[in-house]
Design a protein around this ligand. Sequence first.
Ligand code: SF4
Length: 347
Amino acid sequence: MAGPLPSPATGRALLAWYDVHRRDLPWRAAPGEVSDPYRVWLSEIMLQQTTVAAVRSYYAAFLDRWPRVNDLAAAEDGEVMAAWAGLGYYARARNLLACARVVAVSGFPATREGLRALPGVGDYTSAAIAAIAFGEPAVVVDGNVERVVARLTRLARPPKAARRAVEAAVEAMLPADRPGDFAQAMMDLGATICTPKSPACAICPLLHDCAAARHGEAAAYPVKAPKKARAVWRGAMFVPVRPDGTVLVRRRPERGMLGGMVEVFGSPWAAEIGDAADHAPFAAAWTAAGSITHTFTHADLTVDVFRADVAAETAAPAGGWWADPAAAGLPTVMKKAVTRALAMAEG
Ligand code: SF4
């Protein structure tokens, strides 16, 4: 961390701003009122990967139909899934129902640790509910908080790689008597003032405590994680060709890259594949047909292609079959290999 740790005074300045500028959100308790854990929980689950604007109408509809957690717990699965339709990430709806049914029996746990054990409630959500609904001084860190802290402290590393430093900064600001308001104030500041692209430093309540703003570098933070270097893979593919033009193929395993697709026989794709001949489907007069390249999202693949002309009665080894390459449903990289092998004979 390049800047000093924020102080409790920073936290108090944030709360003073929040008392005047807080967003009026339907799931928020009015100032001075106690938050309802059901409303906080429902809104936090809906807000995962979803914007406030998209959540509003769904939240209202759910609350209208299932005003208490016991009502939701008693709902049919299909009803809840249908009401969730359009909000996306449907695992959330399944977890929502599973969680409601646990809570209907034993009530909402009042601690972060207890909340964390509920279906669909992760680190962030458990901290947020514990702070907002139960007043636990939990450190709540989401993307907004990471961004604000990275700027306040000129955090030299990407926030995800400096989790402890981010938490320490939040802890240093956290007012023990108003942890829920503080968590919501950080969210509001990140959403309305300290925004990702154009932070409005001139009207920010934390301007005088902010190391990045002081250096005129607000937009340079948070520091981005370096892009991962692309992997470089090699491979070998073998294309035996029968007189009728059919080639030998097999199906890839269901899991992994090109899962379940048809492929020609060959080596795994890796930085090193050793002797290509070790990956041939059977002994034959294999001839090098050149190489092809293919670009995947995270890797560049170069494949040496081998061809052998084999007799019509050549049997397919276990897991393989002979197929017309034009009708075999080969993915692009396999088509390239077969095309190269077949072009060799013509050339
Ligand atoms: S002064 Fe600017 S960079 Fe710093 S917290 Fe406020 S909006 Fe963000």
